[in-house]
Design a protein around this ligand. Structure first.
Ligand SMILES: NC(=O)C1=CN([C@@H]2O[C@H](COP(=O)(O)OP(=O)(O)OC[C@H]3O[C@@H](n4cnc5c(N)ncnc54)[C@H](OP(=O)(O)O)[C@@H]3O)[C@@H](O)[C@H]2O)[C@@H](O)CC1
Ligand SMILES: Nc1ncnc2c1ncn2[C@@H]1O[C@H](COP(=O)(O)OP(=O)(O)O)[C@@H](O)[C@H]1O
Ligand SMILES: [K+]
Length: 498
């Protein structure tokens, strides 16, 4: 499992290593710089390299890289921000080794034009405030295709993935050490990092705390079915649909719930939408509902194991009554789309009925309607590190709501009411750009409700569904529309051995 560290966790690991006296800060810097130079050697032909060295240990790594590149045929120029005398001890030593035989210029005097490679060793995990002056100009002027970032692109907050002051380098390659940091994955991180390489610098033995897990493929045995199982062993998911002409979203959710393995799925809809839904559904069952009292009656069936509300439900008063009715039944519930937005005027009404078996699946806009203060902190300019992050926001939302919150996006954050967090990022080798398509969210809600019907906990169901959803998009490939996601699931199941 890959996990994402905070800068504090990384610093603690480094401190434990150094305190053990088994390794020194200079050893770590030597290994870090050598790892970056090796990654460069595997991807770029030698030419003219410009190293931008900052005033801390990130700059120290830059001098190690200069040393290695010069030994492998590169013409190397180094520009330093600040005075050599002010560098921390290890960085100063690396500077002195280089400066003994080579000139070091100031950052003000370097020019990125004409460089085949720009090594951004300005700031790493110690970035405390926005880039300014010459560093900010260089971040704007450096061509991403020629830029290799040391540890993290300078300007990017390693805890939040947000560019402090809105300015950060864009790199073709980022080489980080020991473990990826949160900032490499969430928010703008992947956009700034380019290719991400994580190198081992010998800290494994000193790692104590786990970071935030990046969600991987679900365990096959959690999704397989017993050879002699009855359909009711896999649960019965109930999806509440809107009125005539509005049923598509709920049908997408229902089909996803069935494909992901719920034993039975029923769509409940107003009587006047029955014919339309009947014409479009076969394996999914249909039940007319007479408003909230009708839903209450339907949910009295003890075999119903999960309920999904929101997709295509509309923003009228009925939606609020239907949601409250579903929540009162205490059946595990997935609330999406209109079932969230309907409560924007007074989210505390919703919070009053939620319980720990619920899952809320807001995209950014829906999140802002339910948690305006948290969304505002996210949209306020990030001026100091560690900046407020999507992880902080999702965690605070789950605590307030008392249930699992899935904050959707290319980077999807899953937060449990107990503080548990998991992240799936559709970037790097998990990119799924065609998933940004109408109805994809409805399918995700259906997948979650289907897995809950099968007996998974809300948090586990959300994590597994988010991975399967992206995997289905990646398996189908370009041209994907929401309808295709459920139909790609059988192929996905085969590849993970279900
Ligand atoms: N952890 C590990 O195991 C290993 C870590 N290693 C490397 O160390 C790096 C972390 O080093 P670091 O802690 O010295 O911080 P770094 O990022 O160089 O910056 C700090 C300096 O920048 C300054 N400063 C900050 N923001 C600024 C701004 N906007 N504009 C101007 N100045 C600003 C800040 O000044 P201050 O805030 O103190 O005034 C301070 O002087 C890490 O990313 C990795 O590359 C590897 O060598 C080996 C293993
Ligand atoms: N660029 C992207 N890459 C991968 N997945 C994405 C991207 N943008 C959105 N998604 C995912 O697509 C889904 C969109 O859901 P949502 O915004 O509710 O759309 P809709 O309301 O149209 O169904 C979410 O699961 C989200 O995580
Ligand atoms: K950097």
């Amino acid at each position: 499992m890959t996990d994402l560290l905070s800068t504090a966790q990384m610093r603690a690991t480094e401190a434990r290593a150094i305190d053990s006296k088994q390794v020194s800060g200079a050893d770590l810097m030597e290994r870090a710089g050598a790892a970056v130079a090796a990654a460069i050697g595997e991807r770029f032909e030698p030419g003219r390299a410009l190293i931008l060295a900052g005033p801390g240990n990130n700059g120290g790594d830059g001098f190690v890289i200069a040393h290695h590149l010069a030994q492998t045929g590169w013409t190397v120029e180094v520009g330093l921000l600040g005075a050599a005398e002010a560098l921390p001890r290890d960085a100063r030593a690396m500077h002195d080794r280089w400066a003994d035989a080579n000139p070091v210029t100031t950052l003000d005097n370097v020019r990125v034009e004409g460089a085949d490679l720009v090594v951004d060793a300005l700031f790493g995990t110690g970035l405390a405030r926005p880039l300014d002056g010459r560093a900010a100009d260089l971040a704007r002027d450096t061509v991403p295709a020629t830029c290799v970032a040391v540890d993290i692109p300078s300007g990017l907050c390693a805890d939040s993935g947000r560019a402090l002051g809105g300015v950060a380098f864009h790199a073709a390659l980022t080489v980080t050490f020991h473990r990826p940091k949160r900032g490499h994955y969430i928010s703008a991180g992947p956009d700034h990092c380019g290719e991400l390489v994580v190198t081992d610098i010998g800290l494994e033995h000193f790692a104590e705390q786990d970071g935030i897990p990046l969600i991987g493929a679900p365990v096959q045995s959690d999704l397989s079915k017993g050879a002699s199982a009855h359909k009711y062993h896999s649960g019965h998911a109930f999806v509440v649909a809107g009125g005539p002409g509005k049923g598509g979203a709920a049908r997408l959710a229902a089909r996803a719930a069935l494909r992901i393995g719920a034993g039975l799925v029923t769509v409940g809809c107003p009587l006047r939408a029955l014919t339309e839904n009947a014409a479009r559904l076969d394996a999914v069952m249909l039940r007319p509902l007479d408003g909230a009292p009708g839903l209450a009656e339907a949910l009295e069936d003890e075999r119903i194991s999960s309920v999904c509300l929101g997709p295509g439900l509309g923003l009228r008063h009925d939606t609020q009554m239907l949601a409250i009715t579903a929540l009162r039944s205490e059946i595990p519930a997935v609330l999406d789309a209109d079932a969230l937005s309907r409560f924007s005027r007074d989210p505390s009404v919703l919070f009053g009925f939620l319980h720990d078996k619920c899952v809320l699946t807001p995209h950014g806009g829906e999140f802002a309607r339910l948690f305006p203060d948290l969304a505002e902190r996210l949209s306020d300019p990030a001026e100091a590190g560690p900046a407020y992050s999507r992880v902080d926001a999702a965690q605070a939302a789950a605590e307030r709501a008392g249930c699992t919150v899935v904050l959707k996006g290319p980077d999807t954050i899953i937060a449990g009411p107990d503080g548990r967090i998991a992240v799936h990022v559709a970037a790097y080798d998990r990119a799924a750009p065609w998933l940004a398509t109408a109805g994809a969210g409805d399918v995700l809600a259906g997948m979650i409700v289907g897995l809950i019907a099968r007996g998974m906990s809300p948090f586990e169901a959300a994590a597994a569904a988010v991975w399967l959803h992206v995997q289905a998009a990646r398996t189908f490939g370009p041209g994907l529309i929401a309808e295709d996601l459920s139909d790609a699931l059988p192929a996905v199941f085969r590849t993970i051995g279900v």
